[in-house]
Design a protein around this ligand. Sequence first.
Ligand SMILES: Cc1cc2nc3c(=O)[nH]c(=O)nc-3n(C[C@H](O)[C@H](O)[C@H](O)COP(=O)(O)OP(=O)(O)OC[C@H]3O[C@@H](n4cnc5c(N)ncnc54)[C@H](O)[C@@H]3O)c2cc1C
Length: 206
Amino acid sequence: MNKVELLGHYGSDLTHAQSAWTSTTRDLTEEKLGRIDKLLKMLATEGHHTPFEKSSLHFLVTVDQATHIHLLKHRIGVSINGESARYKELKEDKYIIPRDWPKDAQEVLENYTKDTNAAYHLLVEKLTPQLGRKRAKESSRFMKMMNSQITMDVMFNWRSFYHFQKLRNDGHAQKEVRELAEEMLNQVKQIEGNPFKQTLKAFKLG
Ligand SMILES: Cc1cc2nc3c(=O)[nH]c(=O)nc-3n(C[C@H](O)[C@H](O)[C@H](O)COP(=O)(O)OP(=O)(O)OC[C@H]3O[C@@H](n4cnc5c(N)ncnc54)[C@H](O)[C@@H]3O)c2cc1C
């Protein structure tokens, strides 16, 4: 299975509200604190989304190759670093087998995956004397299949996280990335003290 872990976060509903209040004054009063929910709802509804760029959500994910590509497609407000198959041999053979496939199809994929992973490690060794370790590692990964997983860290601001949720936590998105987006959202909702409670509500994610 693909995996998600929320490594950390910065910001809160108040961070978003204060960013918007920078237009007038950031000073807080009881009255202002009491209308954060209404303010965030108005900002979200009317498309005044820059205040939501002031928070960060940082995840560690282990994903198959299609999901890796889906993540990389998000260019704005998303920062990604991935495990490299150039700098190191991928010692651990991480992969997914779709659990919605019939058992016999799962077995076929599992067998091919094991064979190609074995070929990958073999090739790293065989090609090294001729091509050097670096080229051997980076090119042996051509043996790896699309169900191979890599680990990446992904950081969104709230605005880009919402955009990602809208596109990927949706019936039109591939199941694997949809489940990843869904789990990211669950973990954000479970942050102690629910610091993004009103923002989640404002974007109808809560
Ligand atoms: C269901 C689904 C099917 C898809 N199928 C395919 C496919 O078949 N092939 C394929 O290649 N991709 C496909 N994609 C990926 C898709 O085309 C986008 O690359 C991806 O969803 C990232 O979306 P984005 O550009 O809105 O996000 P980001 O890159 O994060 O951009 C965020 C927002 O910034 C603005 N923006 C970003 N760049 C520009 C720009 N250059 N000019 C103007 N405004 C900009 C836009 O408002 C954009 O929505 C698919 C995506 C989905 C959800």
